[in-house]
Design a protein around this ligand. Structure first.
Ligand code: FAD
Length: 318
């Protein structure tokens, strides 16, 4: 079922969903199931699976020279989605990127999803690879997520890249896109970011999932601005409980979000990461309860490969 239908069918009840990462190459899929199993009692209508593009690493050769190698550390997004749908009967949502994909790759990826009965897709640009400062699209690829949304919608109309294939089988994807209550790192302003977010909706995206945030006010203000700009689709908040002291520096650096002073002070006081995880969970529970009270249709948790704290939060909230 489509995400939009899940929201409609819930009749105003706030639902629980989460995002997982494919395991590192070499690990068994059981590691994914072990993370999902404890969360199934909260009846997620859908589970997102992230996509990780190739990275460039330098390997030292016997003669001391360095060799540039392309590696994909977390392959398997589509396979995991198919396995989740098969095992749990829950809709799995693969993330798809502009980065690393030509338009032809995108079309073939979408055909695979269609054949597997996967009908939701999260369309993203992706970040620059570590060896580059700015995002560089493939020569025959997309520079922005809005272009990717457009291609998916074209396929939904039965318009393939090859003109000879017009009037072929139509796909029926429900498309989600990303948004940033504290603005995307590269955007000159929140207003310009919302301008381009609107473009993604105009091209056919049907719902939005936000970057994590730790201050609900930022989310509420962002939603208000989007509504004032005429963006009417569901805006699903993304939530992440802080679990380690290291994340105090890592999260603002990697995700370009602010941590509230009160949360920072609580974490600094902690003696070890067990205490940090407790503080992080309590903060996230408070955020979740307030969002639930405000009638938000879905709360979406970034599990980042660990389900224990997400389970405790879900027990307190749902
Ligand atoms: P876009 O919507 O293309 O926006 C990128 C930037 O370009 C923004 O600053 C925007 O304002 C600007 N912009 C957009 N259109 C134009 C235009 N026409 N002209 C000028 N500027 C423009 N990354 C992964 O690698 N894998 C994942 O699975 C993944 N999942 C994610 C899930 C969520 C919910 C979120 C919030 C992020 C996720 N990301 C993931 C990270 C994402 O790929 C990065 O944040 C990326 O830098 C931006 O992606 P986007 O789709 O928001 O890009």
């Amino acid at each position: 079922m489509k995400v939009t239908e899940h929201i409609k069918n819930a009749n105003g009840k706030t639902q629980f969903s989460f995002e997982i990462l494919p395991p590192l190459k070499g690990q068994h899929i059981q590691s994914i199931f072990d993370n999902i199993d404890p969360l199934m009692e909260f009846k997620p209508p859908f589970i997102d699976v992230t996509y990780h593009r190739e990275e460039y690493v330098y390997k030292e050769l016997e003669n001391g020279l360095l060799k540039k190698q392309v590696v994909k550390k977390r392959p398997g997004t589509v396979g995991i989605c198919a396995a989740i749908q098969n095992k749990y009967g829950v809709d799995a949502i693969p993330h798809i990127l502009c980065g690393g994909f030509t338009k032809e790759d995108t079309e073939n990826f979408l055909i695979d999803l269609d054949f597997l009965g996967i009908y939701n897709v999260m369309a993203l640009r992706g970040d620059a690879v570590k060896t580059e400062t700015y995002f560089r699209p493939e020569k025959e690829g997309h520079a922005y997520a809005s272009e990717l949304v457009n291609q998916i919608q074209e396929l939904n109309q039965g318009n393939y890249l090859d003109d000879d294939l017009q009037n072929s089988s139509k796909t029926n994807f429900c498309i989600g896109v990303a948004a940033y209550p504290e603005k995307h790192a590269e955007a000159p302003s929140l207003e310009s970011d919302i301008h381009f977010l609107k473009k993604k909706i105009k091209k056919g995206a049907e719902y939005i999932v936000t970057q994590m945030f730790f201050d609900n006010e930022k989310y509420f203000k962002f939603v208000e601005k989007c509504r004032n700009e005429g963006i009417g689709v569901p805006i699903i908040p993304g939530l992440k409980p802080i679990a380690t002291k290291k994340q105090l520096n890592l999260i603002p650096h990697r995700f370009h979000v602010d941590l509230p002073e009160a949360l920072i002070l609580e974490i600094i006081k902690c003696q070890d990461n067990t205490q940090v995880a407790q503080v992080g969970m309590e903060w996230c529970i408070q955020q979740s309860k307030e969002l639930q009270k405000a009638g938000i249709p879905v709360l979406h948790y970034y599990s980042m490969g660990k389900s224990d704290n997400i389970r405790s939060i879900a027990q307190a909230v749902f």
